[in-house]
Write a protein that binds this ligand. Structure first.
Ligand code: CMP
Length: 225
């Protein structure tokens, strides 16, 4: 488990800051705890706090009028969310839920201004976080607009592996979850997974998927095989 200053040291928000500055900056944050499956905020809420994950995991998603869900991201220790509403004063662009028991460091608007006046590098770091998000959104838009189901599922598997499980290992996940990440149906996911398994790119078992050939899967993602 990370201490709160370790969590801050890991976060891109505090990149390049001296440990003493980080200690001082920590005072602007408030600890908030959420049990597993608890909603942190909902898309459309007014909200003016940014969060850094200290321990646990958070998922970012949207629910549509017909009940379908689209998953945007899984976040772990050190990662930041909720920065968009803090910066532009608009309602929350997506919902956030604790997947497991989670502790967050919250930076509320009233403390934000004092913090950035004292440590202006935080504004640059925040801009870098937003730029990264935009780059990822660009790639995602490309994949979701141009790729067939096969490419989308390959993309979702690669993204999930990176965000949730590190570089390798079995991913516990359902076909529905994968469908929500890849913007396709559960039936299509099952069909695509069986094909990828037959090509020895993934191993599929009950309730898990394992990437066997990451390079091959990237080729699928870019339509090269
Ligand atoms: P905010 O709009 O304040 O609240 C929802 C948060 O979800 C948003 O800030 C971002 O921090 C995060 N978020 C929104 N879209 C994405 C995305 N596509 N990928 C990862 N995180 C996102």
């Amino acid at each position: 488990m990370l201490s709160d200053t370790q969590a801050l040291a890991q976060t891109p928000l505090f990149k390049g800051m001296q440990p003493q500055s980080m200690e001082a900056a920590r005072e602007a944050f408030v600890i908030r705890s959420f049990p597993a499956n608890k909603l942190i905020f909902e898309a459309g809420d007014q909200g003016a706090a940014l969060y850094v994950v200290q321990t646990g995991r958070v998922r970012i998603f949207r629910t549509y009028l017909d009940g379908r869900e689209r998953m945007f991201a899984y976040l772990g220790p050190g990662e930041v969310f909720g920065e968009m509403s803090l910066v532009d004063d608009q309602p929350r662009s997506a919902s956030a839920e604790a997947i497991e028991d989670t502790t967050l460091l919250a930076l509320y608007e009233e403390n934000y201004w004092g913090l950035v006046r004292r440590f202006p590098e935080i504004i640059h770091n925040l801009a870098a976080i937003l730029a990264k998000r935009l780059r990822e959104a660009d790639i995602e838009l490309e994949v979701l607009s141009f790729e067939e189901a096969r490419g989308r599922v390959a993309y979702a598997l690669t993204k999930l592996q990176r965000q949730r499980y590190g570089e390798s290992g079995k991913m516990r996940l359902t076909h529905l979850e994968l469908a929500q990440l890849s913007g396709t149906s559960r039936e299509t996911v099952t069909r695509v997974l069986h094909a990828l398994r037959d090509e020895k790119l993934v191993q599929v078992g009950s309730g898990f998927v394992e990437i066997l050939d990451p390079t091959g899967l990237e080729e699928v993602l870019f339509g090269l095989r």
